[in-house]
Design a protein around this ligand. Structure first.
Ligand code: NAD
Length: 437
């Protein structure tokens, strides 16, 4: 009975949807539901985000304000900072952060507190989907006990599923609608309702046999990237010893039409996903007395890259008879990848901190990041990108290859360039000495 009523409400767009956590994942999802005419209420603990949404203003670069404004005006998209607002919703997606603790163990506190706040509001006929990336077993071991606690029959009265988020911020080709979505329901009925829910806004839903499979799908996808990036980062270290250009090797290997896909080396991993998610899997496996060796090795190589970059800068300065101490280093780009404003886990912050620890005088420019806070607490402001700034630096370190930078001009203006992204390829003649990875 509850299932059919919920399906009917979802398919007729008369269902009310709740999104918990209106960040990089939750806001695009909320907008997608509101855009097909479904009433959405978003809950976030950050009052600035709640206020912005209710005023029709976006704070996520991929979602223009022009997209949010009409939805807020029509009342299809509203935000609140209390869970009470969710008391009569039919379906809820939980999109809160899942970072790591200082010990590199999963920090499940955001998920736990959102489940605790939601639990009193769970009612018959409700669908709840966790989207936050997490360790395999979370839905069964944490979500069901916290939300249901023997009060409801899962699959008959309430419906629970896990559906990993695959959003790729800054990707102009793939967004919420055209990125297939994997869904693992606790029961077949949960699966059916979950597919109907996301089917309203996503072209292709991919049902899998259980929430644990869906949880593991996400971890495989991101572990695949972390391991392959670890492999090319190690290739870069080997090429350095061999005196070979790692980019030329990758470029030529990419001409193979089958059995190879390129990954690129860089100053280290960043973002909320690739450096973190594999450690959720290795943490879980440790509890089962199993060591996830590929994950550990990739993590070791990837996290050592900022030190490698700083050592290369030190060698390059040494060749010019300069010490790191007292040298002016201009860092270009601090976001964790190009054309976005996200600095979470960005290797640029490690590179800056390591250079400062060695006595360098560091400044940075990033058109997307007006200020950053380093791990030891110091706040830095972005320096305007001028010829003078580049010219005065003893070394310009390209850490993030934003498309807006004129790399030919950078090389012509600077004294020495450390290019960790091969951004200056084809633009190096007649300018500064360029050192690669
Ligand atoms: N950002 C990505 O590219 C991406 C991609 C795929 C998956 N994910 C996963 O999605 C999840 C969310 O990531 P994100 O990038 O959107 O994070 P985010 O930090 O951008 O957004 C999370 C939001 O949740 C809010 N929040 C925190 N605790 C809350 C609570 N108890 N109740 C209500 N709101 C709360 C925060 O204020 C914030 O606005 C994570 O598990 C992440 O691993 C992220």
């Amino acid at each position: 009975m509850h299932k059919n009523q919920l399906l009917e409400r979802l398919n007729s767009h008369t269902a009310k949807v709740g999104i918990i956590g209106l960040g990089y994942v939750g806001l695009p999802l909320a907008v997608a539901f509101a855009e097909v005419g479904i009433e959405v209420i978003g809950v976030d603990l950050d009052p600035r985000k709640v206020e912005a949404i209710n005023k029709g203003v976006s704070y996520i670069p991929d979602i223009p304000t022009e997209q949010v404004a009409p939805l807020a005006k029509s009342g299809k998209l509203r935000a609140a900072n209390n869970y009470e607002a969710l008391k009569d919703v039919d379906a809820v997606s939980i999109c809160v952060p899942t970072p790591l603790l200082k010990t590199k163990d999963p920090d499940m506190s955001y998920v736990t507190s959102s489940l605790d706040a939601l639990a009193p509001l769970v009612h018959p006929g409700m669908l709840i989907v966790l989207e936050s990336t997490t360790y395999p077993g979370t839905t069964n071991e944490l979500v069901i006990p916290k939300l249901v606690d023997g009060r409801f029959k899962v699959g008959e009265e309430v419906f629970i599923a896990f559906s990993p988020e695959r959003i790729d911020p800054g990707n102009p080709k793939y967004g919420v609608k055209n990125t297939p979505k994997v869904i693992g329901g606790v029961t077949e009925a949960c699966q059916e309702v979950g597919c109907a829910y996301y089917g309203q806004i996503i072209d292709q839903v991919i049902p899998v046999g259980s929430p644990t499979v869906a949880e593991l799908v996400k971890l495989l996808e991101n572990t695949f990237r972390a391991v392959n990036i670890g492999l090319v980062n190690e290739l870069a270290l080997m090429c350095d010893k061999l005196g070979v250009d790692v980019w030329e090797v990758i470029r030529a290997a990419t001409t193979k039409p089958f059995g190879f896909m390129p990954f690129y080396p860089g100053p280290g991993l960043g973002g909320h996903c690739i450096p973190i998610d594999p450690l959720y899997l290795s943490w879980k496996m440790k509890s089962l007395n199993y060591t996830a060796r590929f994950i550990d090795l990739a993590s070791e190589i990837n996290t050592s890259m900022p030190v490698y970059v700083v050592n290369k800068i030190a060698h390059a300065l040494n060749d010019e008879s300069k010490a790191v101490r007292g040298s002016k280093i201009a860092v270009l780009g601090v976001a964790y990848k190009k054309d976005i404003d996200d600095v979470r886990e960005s290797p640029a912050l490690d590179v800056i901190q390591l250079l400062e620890e060695r006595g360098a005088v560091v400044s940075y420019h990033d058109p997307y990041v007006p200020s950053v806070r380093l791990e030891h607490g110091r706040k830095m402001e972005s320096t305007p990108l001028t010829s003078e700034w580049l010219r005065e630096a003893d070394c310009v370190a390209i850490i993030t290859n934003h498309s807006t930078f004129d790399y030919g001009w950078v090389v012509k203006t600077a004294k020495l360039v450390m290019d960790t992204r091969n951004a200056t390829a084809g633009k190096r003649s007649g300018g500064a000495r360029v050192v690669g990875l």
